[in-house]
Design a protein around this ligand. Structure first.
Ligand SMILES: [Fe+2]
Length: 430
């Protein structure tokens, strides 16, 4: 038996093989039903190790680390007769699910060099929320582009690989090329949520607010709320509503799809999307109920009681600062993750100063993080919350010209959106 990428798999069951191909595609397309489908795989062939590895990955996606470990332990009992690629696949995911990040990364890169079409493994490094994206290293946007470009010749015209390549092009400023490639990818599989996500980023980077919102809102109508990108795509839609001055639509999206009480996303998305949209709203001059900040700060403390990835921690710090949770904020300032602590500490401190209306201190600290905040991970659109935080504080100091110049220099496409009260938003209707 072979998988969709022509690699041999150690099962004799056609049913198991077909479900396996389907389950891997659900992962690659960020669709719902991943765990259920991998369960069908191992039900059809209980001796198929890679079925259990996939199940472990699905459980990890669903946030059940303990269940992921159980599935991986089962896979490890089924290694007899595995071919070399399967053994290496199992080993790489085993390290990842055991939480051995650096060893997993090294095993995954070696595996992908040998077996570039093993998409389930390759996928762990291909996006802004992957192992390269969250590496904390300088130049990781370029590294992600190089990684995805190197995969491309092995896949050819294949929807998943094209979507990942397009995203890394978009994130390095190659927006026109990204647009062409993502159109091709979506023509091959219009229901790839990663593809819809990349196209949303392309529209965002082109400043095509209305086109993007129309496309995404209609695409979301047929997307399962339980799928991994539903909440984050809702954030994109809410952000466009804000940028167009359509506050009612934004609040509706927040209430139905983004707020922690309704979100079905992974905690990293729920926290970062909610904190981000609330602060972008504040900066645009929209009044935000304090209770929302309390809700998201409490959520951050519940799901991330210790400091974590820098990308998570800056959003948690923002939430804590906005509702006066000083102790939680101090924990992030004083003990950030060492990979990006040099960025997290000044950003978290800046938010404390900003809330205390000490704008000058806030500006100085945020400025220190501007040169390479890509190291924090996440997309450019997500890290715009930092760009706008700096601009918002400059406006408070009356430095409107400086804020305009910085925006035109760093994010010119956002200049005409209704993103900043006091600069391109003069009045709000409430
Ligand atoms: Fe996004």
């Amino acid at each position: 038996m072979k998988d969709r990428f022509d690699y041999e798999i150690s099962t004799q069951s056609q049913v198991a093989r077909d479900h396996y191909v389907e389950a891997v595609d659900l992962v690659l397309a960020a669709q719902a039903g991943i765990v259920d489908t991998f369960e069908k795989v191992v039900e059809a062939d209980p001796s198929f190790a890679l079925g259990y590895v996939g199940l472990a990955r699905g459980k990890q996606y669903g946030g059940s680390v303990a269940d992921a470990k159980i599935a991986m332990e089962k896979a490890r009992t089924l290694t007899k007769g595995l071919n070399a690629r399967e053994q290496s696949h199992l080993n790489a995911f085993g390290l990842l699910i055991d939480g051995k990040g650096p060893e997993a990364y090294s095993a995954i890169r070696s595996h992908v060099d040998l077996y570039p079409r093993d998409a389930l493994v390759a996928q762990t490094c291909s996006s802004v929320f992957g192992l390269i994206g969250f590496s904390g290293k300088p130049g990781r946007e370029a590294e992600m582009l190089a990684y995805n470009a190197a995969l491309l010749p092995h896949y050819g015209e294949e929807w998943w690989c094209l979507s990942q390549y397009a995203f890394s092009l978009c994130e390095t400023g190659n927006v026109d090329k990204a647009s062409t490639i993502i159109d091709k990818s979506l023509s091959l599989n219009p229901r790839n949520a990663n593809g819809a996500h990349v196209l949303s980023h392309v529209y965002y980077e082109m400043g095509e607010t209305q086109l993007g919102k129309d496309y995404l809102d209609s695409w979301l109508e047929n997307y399962d709320r339980a799928a991994s990108l539903y909440g984050h795509l809702s954030w994109h839609s809410a952000l466009w509503s804000l940028e167009r001055g359509e506050e009612k639509d934004m609040w509706h999206r927040i209430a139905t799809d983004i707020h922690p009480s309704v979100s079905l996303s992974l905690p990293i998305n729920t926290l970062t999307d909610m904190a981000s949209i609330l602060y972008r709203a504040e900066l645009a001059g929209v009044s935000v109920p304090k209770q929302y900040w309390i809700d998201i700060s409490a959520y951050a403390q519940r799901f991330f009681p210790k400091t974590s990835l820098g990308f998570i921690d800056i959003h948690a710090a923002l939430a804590h600062a906005m509702c006066g949770e000083e102790e939680a904020l101090r924990g992030i300032i004083e003990s950030p993750n060492s990979l990006t602590g040099d960025l997290v500490t000044p950003i978290a401190e800046a938010y404390k100063y900003i809330v205390d209306q000490k704008w000058e201190e806030g500006v100085n600290l945020l400025s220190s993080a501007m040169s390479d905040h890509a190291r924090l991970g996440g997309s450019r659109a997500q890290r715009d919350v930092l760009e706008f935080s700096l601009l918002g504080a400059l406006l408070k100091l009356g430095k409107t010209d400086e804020a305009r110049r910085i925006l035109l220099l760093r994010r010119p496409v956002l200049f005409n959106t209704q993103s900043l009260f006091g600069m391109n938003v003069e009045q709000r209707s409430h």
